[in-house]
Write a protein that binds this ligand. Structure first.
Ligand code: AMP
Length: 176
């Protein structure tokens, strides 16, 4: 399934560090029909449009923005620290070594709004879980999350599902 899209993802071994197989979506973006098919299939997988899409910096912006256009809904940006100009609310989350932080504008989300979270790839789920918690802290309901790629062996999709979020991904790369 979606083997045509799988063929457009380039794998770069040992990037950004030894042992990581980096799944590079820039080669998918270079292919017009492939990128369009990717967005069409993500739209079909998520079903009815949410109130808003929340996209995770940076590659999540590409797919989140295109999907928001396709579904006719708005877009909220979950950004790295100190990038947004207005008043922000943020959340720290653990990385393998150290910490990271994502932020959004405090007034971006109306309590009770139904949100779809979007990123290019889910691995351990740390980033997506932080995004979901940030949105929930603002009163949003994170009903679902959509990714181009899932690395199921790293357990992120299962973590999100256990937290009550419906997860869709077009492609799975097993064994890592
Ligand atoms: P995680 O928080 O572990 O689920 O990691 C997901 C985030 O890291 C996403 O924003 C991805 O873009 C990026 N990422 C993690 N692992 C990879 C990988 N093997 N190839 C490409 N991007 C990755």
């Amino acid at each position: 399934m979606n083997d045509d899209l799988r063929a457009l993802i380039r794998t770069i071994p040992d990037y950004p560090k030894p042992g990581v197989q980096f799944r590079d979506i820039t080669t998918l973006l270079l292919d017009g029909p492939g990128f369009a098919a990717c967005i069409d299939r993500m739209a079909a997988a998520v079903g009815p449009a949410p109130d808003l899409i929340a996209a995770i910096e940076a590659r999540g912006f590409i797919f989140g923005a295109a999907l928001a256009q396709r579904l006719g809904c708005g877009l909220v940006l979950l950004r790295k620290q100190n990038k947004l100009p207005g008043r922000v609310t943020g959340i720290n989350y653990a990385l393998e070594y150290g910490q990271d932080r994502i932020e959004m504008h405090s007034d971006a989300v109306t309590p009770g709004a139904r949100l779809l979270l979007v990123d290019d790839l889910i691995a351990t789920g740390g980033t997506a879980m932080a995004g979901a918690q940030l949105l929930q802290s603002a009163g949003a309901i994170v009903t679902s999350a959509a990714f181009v790629i899932d690395l199921p062996d790293l357990g992120g999709a299962a973590r999100l599902r256990a937290a009550g979020v419906a997860v869709s991904a077009l492609l799975a790369f097993e064994g890592e």
